[in-house]
Design a protein. Structure first.
Length: 277
């Protein structure tokens, strides 16, 4: 998975599935809690609606990677404030569109799909504005898919306990984990050498990764012969949900979704260091 046309097709199908599902919800369902702390279903949908990928891509294609009106300059980016703005904007977007929120979501998803379809082969590496730093259009497409599918899970998993991410979306989400975990681990000055935790994905072995935890953060690497702190085995969907902060390590162990070859205490250690993607 990863060719632009395949990704656009996935975005289109996932958009149709999500908006069709939302159209079946009752007024009570829209006010039910989601898997995102502090947000109900309405707020999650408002968050997805408020993400204006199309504007940023159109500006990027014209050679403009400056911040759109009201957006911060890259050099002024602050991760904590960025998270606060995202959280707060969900409430203001929900209020602004009211009963027209689903219509607006459908319109914006359709618009973003058309923009991605307009991109030619040599333009996928074009940079576009993103608050933490410019990203390529290819990355923006992967981000749009990850945002849509993960937040669809936030909604549907609470209303349908047996809901699962689609296999194709899991494939893409695995590739977006490195971005999702940039703020996922608590700084720990007592770590004097990097800790390497291996995730063996039993259904997508080519996506298996080593998570490297250091005193000031974490990053991912391909499996290597370096000394391991612990080795975990799970399906790719569980890995994605763990790394995006939706599934706690303890819960994954208790539900049989994760195994640790070195003992459950290492899974708990990893989980205690983890804040969430």
């Amino acid at each position: 998975m990863g060719l632009p046309l395949e990704l656009i097709s996935l975005l289109e199908s996932e958009s149709d599935l999500f908006t069709a599902y939302l159209s079946t919800l009752s007024e009570e369902d829209w006010l039910r809690p989601s898997a995102c702390d502090g947000w109900n279903v309405l707020h999650v949908v408002a968050h997805v609606t408020g993400q204006d990928f199309s504007l940023r891509i159109r500006r990027g294609l014209s050679g403009d990677i400056s911040p759109p009106h009201g957006s911060p300059a890259v050099e002024d980016h602050d991760e904590d404030r960025f998270a606060e703005v995202i959280f707060e904007r969900a409430f203001s977007t929900a209020e602004a569109f009211g009963s027209n929120l689903l219509t607006e979501l459908s319109s914006r998803l359709d618009d973003s799909i058309e923009v991605f379809k307009s991109v030619s082969g040599d333009q996928w590496g074009t940079l576009c504005y993103w608050p933490p730093g410019p990203e390529t259009i290819q990355t923006m497409l992967e981000m749009r898919i990850s945002e849509l599918t993960m937040h669809a899970w936030d909604v549907r998993s609470e209303l349908e306990p047996d809901y699962h991410l689609s296999p194709l979306s899991v494939h893409v989400l695995c590739d977006t984990v490195p971005r999702a975990i940039r703020r996922s681990f608590r700084p720990d000055p007592e770590i004097d050498s990097a800790l390497r935790y291996r995730f063996n994905l039993i259904d997508l072995s080519d996506k298996s990764q080593d998570v490297i935890v250091t005193s000031d953060g974490c990053y991912l690497e391909a499996n290597s012969i370096e000394s391991l702190r612990a080795t975990f085995s799970c399906k790719a969907e569980s890995y994605v949900l763990i790394m995006y902060g939706r599934l706690k390590m303890k819960n994954a162990l208790d539900l049989g979704l994760l195994k640790c070859e070195d003992g459950p205490e290492f899974a708990m250690e990893f989980g205690n260091r983890f804040i969430g993607g």
